[in-house]
Design a protein. Structure first.
Length: 296
């Protein structure tokens, strides 16, 4: 049987960009309007050398660009970077649903269009109905699969100091656990393509058994997976894990747009029988959420 993860090249290529904790943390703060180097060092708690290194990487990848503003360097999102907005909204949707925190800034965003505090709703652009993992099918598309999931990204799960996680932004602590490590996110993606066993994950991902064991154990601890049985156990997504589906879908859309000539894997929305193109809607007024269409 073909390995669906090799056809989900859009996800793996997207994660080669955002599947790094420091890069993800920096992108988050640029989204929230922190554009200067000193601001980013202060907000992230990362060392100056690490901030400099990751900004250079993000510039090289096309996500961020350096601008001269009033004689000072600022770092802003490119069109490619702004297009990650739906991924950010999908993360907020998941985090607010399962880990609502009264003091979390991103749990109290207001929609500029209607002026109300809102929650983003992952929806099908064709029929404007909400979707989840159980409402979608997938098939192979016209694009070519990757030959492997190999990457120059580190395989060790990196750590971010507690000082880098502002108390008003606990969403990042949880998001970094899911997306801040490429192999963790790919393990979740594999589960959506019905990979269940340890051997199945190892074959699909092509990583060492000790790395896979670490990721599966951590995802079980976090409540994303449940482990059933002993010996040849099965790992299945919990309800919380299943609600990460819009994050995977928006990553696929972003990766297809920026890294693939044609999609190698196509999702369809069962309710309307159209290819699934995700859009994020305001739960208060029902209108589409565009980049920066919020305040707090």
């Amino acid at each position: 049987m073909a390995n669906p993860l090799l056809y989900a090249r859009a996800i793996s290529r997207a994660l080669a960009v955002v599947g790094d904790r420091s890069s993800l943390l920096l992108t988050y703060w640029v989204f929230l309007g922190r554009f200067r180097f000193t601001e980013l060092v202060k907000c992230t708690g990362l060392s100056k050398s690490l901030v400099s290194n990751r900004l250079k990487r993000l510039i090289g990848q096309g996500v961020i660009e350096r601008r001269d503003v009033g004689g000072a360097n600022e770092f802003h999102l490119t069109e490619m970077g702004k297009d990650l907005y739906d991924v950010a909204l999908a993360i907020i949707y998941w985090d607010k649903r399962w880990h609502f925190t009264e003091g979390c800034v991103t749990h109290h965003l207001k929609h500029a269009g209607c002026g109300k505090e809102f929650s983003p709703v992952p929806s099908c652009a064709s029929c404007l109905q909400a979707f989840d993992a159980r409402a979608c099918d997938w098939h192979y598309g016209p694009g070519e699969p990757d030959s492997s999931l190999a990457s120059d990204m580190p395989s060790r799960r990196s750590r971010i100091a507690a000082s880098a996680l502002n108390v008003e932004h606990p969403i990042m602590d949880r998001t970094l656990e899911i997306l801040g490590d490429r192999w963790t996110a790919l393990t979740i993606a594999a589960a959506f393509y019905r990979v269940r066993s340890f051997g199945g994950f190892q074959q699909a991902l092509g990583i060492a058994s000790n790395i896979l064991s670490d990721r599966l154990s951590r995802l079980t601890e976090l409540g994303i997976f449940t482990r059933n049985g002993a010996g040849r156990a099965e790992y299945r997504l919990t309800e919380e894990g299943l609600s990460l589906f819009p994050v995977i879908v928006t990553l696929m859309r972003w990766g297809d747009r920026w890294f693939c000539e044609a999609p190698a894997l196509v999702l369809s929305h069962r309710a309307c029988q159209n290819p699934l193109v995700s859009t994020m809607l305001c739960d208060q007024c029902g209108s589409s959420l565009g980049f920066g269409d919020f305040y707090y």
